[in-house]
Design a protein around this ligand. Sequence first.
Ligand code: FUL
Length: 508
Amino acid sequence: MKKFFLFLILFAVSTIAQKKIDNKGTYLAIINKSDTEEEVIRKAANIIPTPQQYEWQKLEFIAFLHFGMNTFTDREWGEGTEDPKLFNPTNLNAEQWAKNLKDAGMKLAILTAKHHDGFCLWPSKFTEHSVKNSPWENGKGDVVREFINACRKYGLKVGLYLSPWDRNNPDYGDSPKYNQYFLNQLTELLTNYGEITEVWFDGACGEGPNGKKQVYDWQAYYRLIRKLQPGAVIFGMSPDIRWVGTETGYGRDTEWSVIPIKLDSEEKQKITNDRNSLDEIYKPGDMTDYDLGSREKIKQSDLLFWYPAETDVSIRPGWFYHPSQDSLVKSVDKLVDIYFNSVGKNGVFLLNIPPDKSGLIHDNDIESLQGLKRVIDKTFKKDLSHSSKVKVNDNQKTVSKKTLFEKDKYWIADDSKNFNSLEFILPETVSFDVVKLQEEIRVGQRIEKFHLEYWNGYEWKKFTEGTTVGYKRLLKVDPVKTDRIRLTIDESRLSPTLSNFGIYKLSK
Ligand code: FUL
């Protein structure tokens, strides 16, 4: 009998810690004035990504291609009055783009189908300002099609950038008319080219105080995209994916994917527990604040939802190709640092590689991309804690790390109020300088503060600490030599989870 109870206790210890994914969370939560702080935190801890957001987050590293009229005029923002005849790549080869992006480990590529100058890279029926009036392929070409065919061939998902600000269209500023034009263009792009994974809306508008005042019908845009491409996520001016807030490639040290917003009384009437209702009220707002999702912020809000960060930067100083910047392509070391600060700070890394006037990605850019890939592959090839055993909260029973983080399984603490630690016991002493932590975001984002220690043979020594983890947190640390590492979660919203842990040696 005693043995039976012992078995039961051991069984409980080994099963409590590990769970299979269940979808108990919600996509959004309304905060009521009467909610206690505890209630607000409980709501925040249970917000989860939609399936589309989760799939997108897993892409980690994606590409941007700024290509268009500006490539030929050597500008960043065109006027909209440029002659379509200027667009004439001599050697355009979208397969060269796709192959190099794929080889660099990118999973999706986004092309500027139309930038602010209004010039369309596809032969739109709704304007003359497009490739159809250029000498390229005698006006019979379609860059969007060539790009998408090449991406499909190399197994890359596809995204399209369509600038709402349009300096060429005469109806811009006549709001209903231009909105219809924009919807027509979206319809062309989202029906004629198969599956589109990301639609990219930029917030720029340089019209100035006396310029044309176009009121965008965001709700109509979202409705059309949901209808034509229900699997797609919308970047930027939408409630799906937010801009990280800078164009440097560096995310915040504390990067929450659960974001609060304020609502006016009309919006409060319209919002329900259904995430689709968010589309009906969402107004693009400023997401550049240093603190977006702290306890203080969420306590003062009306609504919480999953709103992850995309971290964009160009491999060159400009977004478009300029021959004068050939020597200014970011180095491998810089790109590696950006990788750690984007993918490694709970963001998706969107790196821009602009094709040149001939229609090819320049050799200097390819060299840096290949260098980045080499470092990432070499560094993350071998997790030095792979064969470790894990001790949870000083429990004498250990589990193998492999079993704890097996596919679709994760560790969840019993109670957020207890001391929560995971000790990784390695079969031998190793030396490392990179740590990887991942939360199981399909349960929510919960960790608010953590620290890491190593055993030096006598005592525990702290070697790093942090705040949020989210989908992925990568930490570069001074080299550590040990056979025991302890992760302690000091603060969390409800019970924290962990879906992966790894230690590596940065290898160039
Ligand atoms: C900005 C634009 O104005 C730039 O030209 C570029 O497209 C960048 C990605 O977004 O807002």
